[in-house]
Design a protein around this ligand. Structure first.
Ligand SMILES: [Zn+2]
Length: 219
């Protein structure tokens, strides 16, 4: 089930108080329309009924796709994932075993949440994709200030949304580059991780690369 509360929000611009639906979890099988809102980034987007001031409501949201065995938690830095599985099995009617079998991820931004959903929907692996981003930034130093996000698979290319500052633009890379990143990770001895609620981002991949090269040196 999706979890929703009716919160009282005071507009920071005109001080008018209004009640607004706030989603804390989204089950895309039960509420497919909510998936569209997550992807459009209109979920938990407040619009003041008085002055039309609009802003994103900053609350942790759990994205839940049972068919894909996937859960993605969107949360700020203070959020503690350590109790999440226990809390979920207590409230969600799911057994701990079923929860532990699901793929879990932690993301810190709406853009990162959208990216993971689209990436897993396309059947890609996020470790390989983050590795690919790392490779792009290494080979093309001019892209280091950019934030890159997966957008879609095309017959021969992968469509990315890139941000330079706040301005998004589209860019494409050959599909082959993804296969190469997958192979490179495998060559480094990476065969997946069992870490729950892993935050698979660029920082994580740099740490992983260091860990893998340390293991190699010890061999
Ligand atoms: Zn207002």
């Amino acid at each position: 089930m999706s979890r929703i509360t009716q919160d009282s929000i005071t507009c920071p611009k005109c001080s008018r108080a209004s009640t607004w639906p706030v989603y804390h979890s989204v089950n895309v099988q039960l509420d497919p329309m909510l998936k569209k809102e997550v992807l459009d980034q209109t979920l938990n987007h407040f619009v003041c009924p008085g002055c039309k001031y609009d802003a994103q409501i900053d609350v942790p949201v759990l994205y839940h796709d049972l068919d894909k065995g996937l859960m993605i938690q969107l949360a700020s830095d203070e959020f503690d994932t350590s109790q999440l599985d226990a809390a979920l099995s207590a409230t969600g009617g799911q057994t701990r075993e079923a929860l532990l079998a699901m793929k879990t991820r932690l993301v810190r931004s709406g853009n990162a949440l959208v990216e993971k959903i689209l990436l897993f929907d396309a059947g890609l692996d996020d470790y390989a994709f983050e590795w690919l981003k790392l490779t792009i930034q290494y080979q093309q130093p001019e892209t280091q200030g950019y934030r890159l996000f997966f957008h879609a698979l095309k017959p021969k290319t992968i469509l990315l949304t890139a941000f330079k500052g706040d301005e998004p633009f589209s860019t494409e890379i050959p599909r082959q580059a993804y296969a190469q990143a997958q192979a490179a990770l495998k060559d480094l001895g990476f065969h997946g991780e069992s870490q729950r609620w892993a935050e698979v981002d660029l920082k994580h991949m740099v740490e992983l690369a260091n860990k893998l090269s340390e293991l190699r040196e010890r061999e």
